[in-house]
Design a protein. Structure first.
Length: 603
């Protein structure tokens, strides 16, 4: 008998980050589990890392999401009587089509439905994007259980039938046993809800599955998880858990951990088929890859050209005539060699996209850097205006930039003056469409000192004591609490005690490395072939008007998205302003790109 965990959450939990995902997989593998589903609330931030690690461990990954479903995702105006009622809804991707719909729903939750910090969807979206998805009655916070608790069995049955009609054989009745009593002062327990669900299972011939809501790996991690929730919500742990004024968000007991198969079997020993039925879900899921080769956006060619390689050749030799006073055999051979390599590797479109927005930036009066890194070794890049350094003159190697024996995407970092950078991004958005361009998410983690300060605040440790403990951690790059406790004898001694300072240090060590917040990559811009939500899930941010990817850095490229680095440099702004002032005050129009390098004063 194998048990599959369908409710594993990393957001606001101790499963945040790659290290914790590895720990989760190690426990699952040791227990002989065949599959795990990651179902974060309203997002898919951890999906890519989760799938990669599961594949390494030989465990079948199930990609899912626990959505917030509301009556109308567009509604954002509420009164005390008409509150924003959100219900949880578990959805699992059965195949690649299901993954695309999961990604679409997850993205639309942010694009159309974001209210406060909640990405919300509604039944209109579920009707549109339900193909390839498996659904369940979900947890106690879902619409069906909530209708049982707050309305009547008859009204709840109507809701149940709506989901059953939509998902058919891919709809399951989900049972959980966390020992919850008198839920929301309803007088009903979790087991009361289960009994009604079991009655409907028999009435409608719907299969029952047993699950456990998992937010941390081990049972003893409960306190650390509660601290993390307080950190994220800005609360003190001493504030009681509950609903209403004077209470805080938290979990009622320590049963929300990653339970072993034996524990789940014992918990549902009266309904053994509920354990077995989880395997049916696993068998329904067709494995699919999240990784793919880079997909280039479609670059619109002039009417007289039908081939990107020919158009790049055309632009290159027009540029060469401007760059070189004489078209020598050396120059021609070098350009032909590079163009052949670019064509063989299929990167003509990449060069055309980059040269286009650089030329647009210059037309808009934006200062553009001369080029940096290995891209400066390309004569083609020089001739089409991507770089401004002659690689032939300076003996720069093209093979450092592109090499058929080491196939990888070209990586051209472009510097713009920091004032004008946004103009170029706006041009890209206008050219390709707002739904094809996105910035890249970053995840901020709890570092050694900050984890001490965060935990100290939640435990109400006096500020002076919190600062004292934090300052004992060495200010060395990559310092960790584990190493600090080994290296700093006084810190180790305090941690071994039984007072509030010791508790702070022990909990800080458990929370170190957990995801604390999200941000936006300073330079990275994604340009998709068409609507980006067809490929990866996206979110939104108060920091930008653009869409923001839910996968970070290299993961976005591994998912097939073209990443461009638009770097904003203050130095270029200073040079631009200096040239303007020199011309204004002295009448000298200096070309910064043609300063003689053998002039002693310039040197």
């Amino acid at each position: 008998m194998n048990f599959t965990h369908l409710h594993v959450h990393s957001q606001y939990s101790l499963l945040d980050g790659a290290a914790s995902i590895k720990g989760l997989m190690a426990k699952a593998k040791a227990d002989g589990m065949k599959a795990i589903a990651l179902t974060d609330h309203g997002n898919m931030f951890g999906a890519f890392n989760f799938v990669a690690e599961a594949n390494k461990q030989g465990i079948k990954p199930i990609v899912g999401c626990e959505f917030y479903v509301v009556k109308d995702r567009h509604s954002k105006s509420f009164t005390k009587e008409d509150k924003d009622v959100r219900h949880h809804q578990l959805l699992l991707a059965k195949d690649h089509e299901g993954y695309k719909n999961l990604s679409k729903l997850c993205s639309m939750g942010y694009i159309d439905g974001l209210y406060s910090k909640w990405p919300r969807i509604d039944k209109e979206l579920l009707l549109k994007y339900h193909e390839g998805l498996i659904a369940t009655t979900c947890c106690i916070g879902a619409e069906v259980p909530q209708a049982i608790l707050r309305q009547s069995e008859e009204e709840a049955e109507k809701v149940f039938k709506w989901y059953l009609d939509l998902f058919g054989e891919d709809y399951y009745i989900e049972l959980q046993r966390h020992g919850l009593k008198d839920i929301d002062n309803s007088g009903k327990s979790q087991e009361d809800v289960n009994q009604i669900l079991l009655k409907w299972a028999a009435k409608y011939n719907v299969k029952v599955i047993a699950t456990n809501d998992s937010h941390y790996i081990e049972q003893e991690d409960w306190t650390a998880h509660d601290i993390l929730l307080c950190v994220n919500t800005g609360e003190l742990q001493s504030t009681p858990v509950g609903d209403g004024k004077g209470f805080r968000f938290g979990f009622p007991n320590d049963q929300f951990y990653f339970k072993k198969q034996a524990e789940m079997t014992a918990l549902f020993n009266d309904i053994p088929h509920a354990i077995d039925n989880t395997n049916e879900i696993v068998d329904k899921i067709t494995e699919f890859k999240l990784t793919r080769d880079i997909l280039l956006p479609n670059f619109a060619l002039p009417p007289e050209f039908t081939d990107m390689d020919n158009y790049l050749r055309h632009l290159t030799f027009i540029g060469a005539k401007k760059r070189y006073s004489e078209m020598t055999q050396e120059v021609e051979d070098r350009l032909n060699f590079e163009l052949h390599t670019i064509k063989t590797m299929g990167f003509a479109g990449y060069f055309l996209i980059v040269q286009d927005f650089i030329a647009a930036g210059k037309d808009l009066g934006v200062a553009v850097g001369p080029g940096r890194g290995s891209a400066a070794g390309s004569s083609v890049a020089y001739c089409v205006g991507i770089t401004n350094i002659d690689p032939i003159k300076y003996n720069l190697l093209f093979e450092r930039f592109l090499n058929p024996e080491r196939v990888s995407m070209p990586d051209i970092d472009i510097d713009f003056d920091d004032d004008g950078r946004q103009k170029v991004i706006d041009y890209v958005v206008t050219k390709y469409g707002r739904n094809q361009v996105a910035q890249i998410i970053t995840f901020g983690t709890m570092a050694a000192r900050s984890s001490i300060k965060d935990v100290a605040r939640v435990l109400d440790l006096p500020l002076a004591e919190a600062n004292y403990l934090a300052k004992m951690v060495p200010e060395t790059p990559g310092a960790t609490l584990t190493k600090s406790y080994e290296d700093v004898a006084d810190l180790k001694k305090i941690k071994a005690g039984n007072d509030l300072q010791a508790k702070t240090l022990r909990l800080a060590q458990m929370l170190e490395g957990s995801v604390r917040n999200t941000g936006i990559h300073a330079a990275g811009i994604i340009i998709a072939p068409d609507d980006i939500t067809n490929y990866i899930p996206v979110s939104t941010s108060k920091e930008t008007e653009l869409l923001v990817t839910q996968f970070d850095g290299k993961l976005v490229e591994s998912a097939g998205m073209l990443k461009m680095d638009f770097l904003g440099l203050k130095t270029l702004s200073i040079i631009r302003d200096a040239l303007f002032l020199i011309n204004k005050n002295h009448g000298n129009n200096i070309d910064i790109d043609n300063i003689p390098l053998d002039d002693p004063k310039n040197f």
